[in-house]
Design a protein around this ligand. Structure first.
Ligand code: ASC
Length: 150
């Protein structure tokens, strides 16, 4: 019985490790997915940034929980930039696919800065959050300027 359980658990683990593209039946599903992930990320990041900058009242617990969600969301969109997802209801520029390493480096930069913001929010240090949120915003902007159509 224990062995069966282990076999099932191993299979489930494998399933979650399948190539990212397997999640999406159609290119438009991937486009919808990545836009949704960015939208949710921006919403939670926006709340943390607003608190960090004093635009809304500071609430350490809310900041930490919003930063945690933004940090999780930051991991999601990039698996949905597969081949064939450059056309359709998207502002993604073709350069994403022709300069993939540069695009990926920008994604990693944003994720690193978001992780720092998450750590700062957990510590409750509003000044550290302000610095980290600025760096996240810059990382967002850098990619938008280069890889997103107006
Ligand atoms: C945000 C948000 C973005 C970035 C960008 C930074 O809060 O939704 O897309 O910051 O505006 O320039």
């Amino acid at each position: 019985m224990k062995r069966l359980f282990l076999a099932v658990a191993a299979a489930a683990g494998l399933a979650t490790a399948l190539p990212a593209a397997a999640q999406f039946a159609k290119p438009e599903d991937a486009i919808k997915y990545r836009k949704a992930a960015f939208t949710v990320m921006a919403s939670h990041f926006g709340r943390v940034a607003a608190m960090a900058n004093g635009r809304i009242p500071f609430d350490a617990k809310a900041a930490a929980s919003n930063a945690e969600i933004a940090n999780m969301m930051a991991a999601l969109p990039y698996a949905a930039f597969g081949e064939g997802t450059d056309k359709g209801d998207t502002r993604a520029k073709a350069e994403i696919w022709s300069e993939r390493d540069k695009f990926n480096a920008g994604a990693t930069k944003m994720q690193e800065e978001m992780a720092k913001l998450n750590a700062a929010a957990k510590s409750g240090d509003q000044a550290a959050m302000r610095t980290a949120a600025g760096a996240v915003g810059q990382a967002c902007k850098a990619c938008h300027d280069t890889y997103r159509r107006d």
